[in-house]
Design a binder for this molecule. Structure first.
Ligand code: ATP
Ligand code: MG
Length: 422
């Protein structure tokens, strides 16, 4: 809770206080709320480590605070001490278009904030989205830019996934052949269509279907010959919200797969360079690609139990190998049972708001750590029905707590509309 406590206080806090997510070290703490007692009274502040890589999973049934909690984490990350924050880039994958509101202070809940010793305050974000959204954001005075992906970074398999066809179908084969011919060049969607048209081996039917698919892809206005460079998407010390709400689900999955892979590759390269610097005993003064926190709401879209191109990257690269290059994930889902089992086992911190579906409770029980005495279902009863209250299981300190997530200082978007307008 950077703004309500001074830097010096924060230093001493992390020295004497217990920080979830780590066993030692100072600084870089995220104050996400307070401990919550059975009589509903609030205890001391809850701190979570923000300086080291983590996989944090937030779950819970509809409307009990997942997106809100994710927003609190994003606020805390943006308010970390400058000497730590300057090494971290935060990217928020906004599937519903609700995080732009964080730019504004939470004036709606001024009184509640005051009870917590806080005040309304927006956070500095940069928005990347479709041209229509960018226009709307700019009208509201928000810093927004058009998001684009480099056409040549999409593999034949990813195009086929995007179009819902199989790579072994005649259209899939025609697409793969055209892309393979163009390999090594920078190309546009029109170049792919032209390449397909010139292919004598594909049938007219396959070429026609391929052309229709690429025309549809072109209408989304997201693929570009050059594409947005990664260092404009993720920047050290900044929070970028990539609003992909206006794209079809298949495209959302491809965008996340491509971004996640590029970030992973850049971080692996960066880590190698860092180590070279350390061995040589001097810094080359390069502009560095930062450690990354990626927040993904509605994570079940990207991490399903079945086949998925985004899951491949996130699980194989970010979760299995992400600690060393310094990659952190903040995931939220309504349905933990709709996630690949590996997601639960890789999450070192699980925050669970009210949850009642037996299938979801069973999914959490399957990864229930031995240091947790009872069943998850029993522990969740203590969470009750209050919004923002959650069970937190920290695998680093091997401890379990009930907490109340602090109110948002920035405006929470995505509140359900009511038909009873007053
Ligand atoms: N920590 C909190 N303090 C105060 N109010 C909260 C807190 N968490 C959630 N709320 C209230 O609960 C509402 C619903 O929260 P949120 O939008 O995060 O739900 P959700 O779990 O993401 O739901 P969905 O599954 O529909 O996305 C918020 O609009 C807010 O009014
Ligand atoms: Mg939500």
């Amino acid at each position: 809770m950077a703004l309500s406590i001074s830097g010096a206080e924060k230093e001493s806090i992390s020295e004497k206080l217990y920080v979830l997510g780590r066993r030692e070290g100072k600084g870089g703490v995220l104050n996400i709320g307070r401990y919550y007692a059975l009589d509903k009274s609030l205890g001391s502040n809850v701190y979570v480590d923000g300086a080291k890589p983590h996989v944090i999973l937030i779950c819970g049934k509809r409307g009990y605070g997942k997106s809100y909690t994710m927003g609190t984490f994003i606020e805390e990350l943006s308010m970390m001490e400058q000497d730590i924050r300057k090494n971290i880039g935060v990217i928020v994958i906004d599937t519903l278009g609700i995080y732009w509101t964080s730019f504004f202070g939470n004036k709606k809940h001024e009184e509640m904030l005051e009870r917590w010793g806080l005040f309304p305050s927006g956070i500095k974000i940069r928005l990347l989205s479709s041209p229509d959204n960018v226009e709307e954001y700019r009208k509201m005075g928000l810093p927004a830019e058009k998001f684009s992906l480099k056409t040549s970074e999409i593999s034949p398999l990813q195009w086929c996934n995007l179009f819902g066809i199989r790579i072994v179908d005649s259209t899939g084969v025609a697409i793969a052949r055209a892309i393979n011919e163009l390999e090594g060049k920078e190309y546009s969607i029109d170049d792919i269509i032209e390449q397909m048209a010139n292919d004598d081996r594909s049938s007219n039917e396959a070429k026609g279907a391929g052309e229709n698919f690429f025309k549809m892809a072109s209408s989304w206005d997201v693929f570009d010959k050059k594409g947005m460079p990664l260092d404009e998407i993720v920047r050290a010390g900044e929070t970028t919200v990539v609003d992909i709400s206006s794209y079809p689900e298949e495209l959302k999955v491809i965008i996340v797969a491509v971004l996640a892979r590029k970030i992973f590759e850049s971080r692996v390269r960066e880590r190698k360079n860092d180590e070279k610097d350390i061995i040589k005993g001097k810094s080359t003064g390069r502009r560095k690609f930062p450690l990354v926190w990626m927040a993904i709401d509605e994570a079940q879209i990207f991490l399903p139990p079945g086949k998925s191109v985004s899951k491949d990257v996130i699980i194989n690269q970010w979760m299995r190998q992400g600690r060393q290059p310094g990659l952190s994930l903040l995931l939220a889902t309504r349905r933990p049972s709709a996630l690949d089992d590996e997601v639960l086992s890789h999450s070192d911190i699980i925050i669970c708001h009210r949850l009642t579906a037996q299938g979801d409770i069973d999914a959490l029980n399957r990864v229930r750590p031995t240091y947790m005495r009872g069943e998850i279902g029993e522990a969740l009863k203590k969470v009750g029905m209050e919004k923002g209250v959650a069970l937190i299981i920290d695998d680093n300190s091997e401890s379990v707590h009930i907490i109340k997530v602090r109110p948002r200082m920035s405006w929470h978007g995505g509140e359900e509309p009511s038909a009873m307008v007053n």
